[in-house]
Design a protein around this ligand. Sequence first.
Ligand code: SF4
Ligand code: SF4
Length: 422
Amino acid sequence: MLQFADFQNSYKPNQKDGKIVIFGAGTIGRLTQLALKDHDIQIDYFCDSDKRKQKYKIEDKLIISPEELYKFDNRKTYIFLANQYFTAILPDLFGKGFNNIFKVTDLLENKNLNQLYEKIDMKLLFGKLQSLKLQRNIGFYNEMGRKEDYTRDGKLNLKTIDVQVTEKCSLKCKDCSNLMQYYEKPIDSELNLLLKSIDKIMSCIDSLEEFRVLGGDPFMNKELYKIVNKLVNYEKCKKVVVYTNAKFVPKGENLNCLKNKKVVLDITDYGKHSWAAAQFIEVAKKENIAYTTFRCSTWQDCGRIMPYSNKSENELEHLFSNCCNSDLVSLLHGKLYRCPFSANGVNLKAIPQNKKDEVDLTDDNIGLDELREQINKLCFGKKYLTACSYCNGRDYNSVNIPSAVQSKKPLKLELGLDAKIK
Ligand code: SF4
Ligand code: SF4
């Protein structure tokens, strides 16, 4: 099993003869740089797989590519891993003989992150994060870093579960990465099936950082509040995040359920399409609803079901381990999938079903121990999915396109794809 160390216990400041590199030039990388400065540690380089960032400097420190990093003396290079792509990056680094690799969880733990964030150089970052969003990003990073520990300790602790409460959306984005643009007759998730499925999952796992409640737009489901009110009662789960495109402000019970202390409303503001965004924020402030908001003008081009691609095992593994959606375990119509693309692609019957890529929560003959084992395998044992052969993937190299371009009609599924299970 790959192991890497926490900063406090393992990093010796007298290791000054080598190079110090922060792998990840995003927000966590910048925070890491400032936190290391507090320990009088100056870094030599940033490293980032995102070609758009390479060759730029942050506070005079050049951003190099992984290929340039691999040329360094592996015995004398100290790498702080400051991004969430652990599973993609660690095997490469260890494989090239780099052993001085540190996660930054404990380095950042006792810092006032909001204060630190105010000081970071925002160059090449996409936009300012609100405090709550920053905390959630750091929480996400920490959970990714603990994955190996969980596997070793026999715990089944999950980072997030996407609870898809509807196939309906108030917008019709033609490049929706959750594939809502393909639904001709979208339906809500059946309430009892959904609640029973969640009960089963929560009986099997040890803990969950976040339920992510989404659709489409979850507020299209008039019974959303019944779901949210149930989710907040699980002691094993810390937070319930409800996503919206802010096309409208909900009323009544669907608004009231957001006031629970465990709930965070996450508003993606698509400009002219999210015409109720400002109003929703005002309501959230007035009603004491915790919220974050993000103005989204571009996103990655990954919202299309592609014809079957005959990728090799290596290519599929690479696509999967570099995909930032490959850890978004998703619940849809009584089945648990590894990512929303897989969930909706199979549900739309555009991608062949592979029973090894899903956990069937509708089958009452499966006992809880067996279910736990299946969930464990789905969340921690996959190298790629059948769906990856139909998907462009979602990594740093994905092309950026304007967000939320609307389609008048649902997109036609190109059925008759050369469907294969790999
Ligand atoms: S707002 Fe657009 S991207 Fe979001 S779920 Fe709806 S269709 Fe998809
Ligand atoms: S199908 Fe594979 S590549 Fe596509 S989003 Fe899911 S995990 Fe990523």
